[in-house]
Design a protein around this ligand. Structure first.
Ligand SMILES: O=C(O)CCC(=O)C(=O)O
Ligand SMILES: [Fe+2]
Ligand SMILES: [Zn+2]
Length: 369
């Protein structure tokens, strides 16, 4: 026998499972702790190609293997094996069906009802799925209560703290530590891109919006990166490979991180955009690299404010705007504080927590069906 065990299902399809993979994934109580569900089997206790003393089928097609090295018996259900055959993945959420959007999303941002999100598993799943697919969703009729934005994050897990606190107040301040706390226009940006752990998701809860101006803007950063890749491959290469300094500092902190503006994963897919004119640091690069960076950066910045890609709308009190801060850039127009009050409360949730909660929700909804 070789390095794998060939399994054939009733429909005639077959797949060769590597023996070390089978041995390592025995789920008996000696190999997988029945309470923690963590592996207790140590793979170095068997050879790289474990020996099979015998293999056969038990009731309902389960594959039984008696291992030659340690005399251990393992049992594998056919449906479980099928899930891992043919290179399918156990985790669909890390590759969501991303729907890239442009200005045509205007008027069509997915909206979900606060009570459905807070009180039903289906409502939660629908909202989080939209947040993964479109990268943006509004939870409507969110009660205009202090810190309600934090309570919504607790429906998922917990808020991700930052130097701006567990949550932050977006309103004009006399001594602002951040451009968001002024009445100035905020060009589209991602928050906290000066952190290694830039937050995965951002929530902004509109409590009051009576001032003239202050409309919200959003743009799909992956769509922008895609547009740049098509228009100028050289600029795209610069932005997706050259680490750039982002920095925020005040009297309490000096938070810096170097990373490319367009972050790609190991397979070349878009992973995370970091773009914030205000947090773009003083780059210390040789002159020719500085020039190349600025040329590419300006092209990206132009697309980020291009009306072909951007949507613009007015938040109403009770709207909780939620978006993927690794993908969607947000901004607002300037407003006139003398004409009325504008007050949002914001906070962040990390990506792990959102994905985990969605997986749990999907299995709860499926089990109930
Ligand atoms: O005022 C707004 O609409 C957005 C402010 C902002 O960018 C933020 O709080 O991160
Ligand atoms: Fe922001
Ligand atoms: Zn076992």
């Amino acid at each position: 026998m070789g390095r794998s065990l060939e399994v054939t299902w009733n429909d005639g399809r077959s797949y060769a499972f590597p023996l070390i993979w089978l041995r390592d994934n025995c789920d008996c109580p000696r190999c997988l702790h029945p309470h923690t569900r963590e592996r207790t089997f140590d793979l170095l206790t068997v050879p790289e190609t474990p020996r099979v003393a015998s293999a056969g089928l038990a009731g309902r097609g389960a594959v039984m293997v008696l291992w030659g090295d340690d005399g251990h018996t393992s049992k594998y259900e056919p449906d479980w094996l099928r899930r891992y055959a043919f290179e399918s993945s156990d985790d669909d959420l890390t590759r969501p069906d991303v729907v890239l959007w442009d200005a045509s999303l205007s008027g069509h941002v997915p909206r979900f009802d606060y009570r459905a999100v807070m009180e039903s598993e289906q409502g939660l799943e629908a909202w989080l799925s939209a947040l993964l697919g479109h990268g943006v969703a509004v939870v409507a009729d969110t009660p205009c209560r202090d810190r309600e934005v934090v309570r919504v994050t607790e429906r998922i897990a917990y808020a991700r703290r930052s130097n701006f606190g567990e949550h932050f107040e977006v309103q004009t301040e006399t001594n602002p530590i951040n451009n968001a706390y002024t009445a100035l226009k905020l060009p589209n940006h991602t928050d906290l891109c000066n952190w290694e752990r830039s937050p995965g998701y951002q929530f902004l809860h509109c409590l009051e919006n009576a001032a003239t101006g202050g409309e919200s803007t959003l743009v799909d950063g992956f769509r922008i990166a895609e547009a740049l890749r098509r228009a100028d491959a050289g600029a795209f290469r610069v932005l997706s490979t050259m680490p750039v300094l982002f920095r925020f500092h005040d009297t309490e902190c000096d938070l810096r991180f170097h990373a490319p503006i367009v972050g790609l994963d190991g397979s070349g897919r878009f992973e995370r955009i970091r773009f914030n004119l205000g947090l773009f640091g003083v780059q210390a690069l040789p002159p020719d690299e500085t020039a190349a960076l600025y040329a590419a950066y300006r092209k990206f910045a132009q697309l980020v404010r291009d009306d072909r890609y951007q949507i613009r709308f007015r938040l109403r009190p009770g709207d909780l705007l939620t978006f993927d801060n690794w993908r969607v850039l947000h901004g607002r127009l300037a407003y006139q504080p003398s004409t009325g009050k504008r007050h949002l409360q914001g906070c962040y949730v990390d990506r792990d927590e959102v994905l985990s909660r969605l997986r749990m929700s999907i299995s709860a909804v499926t089990d109930a069906a």
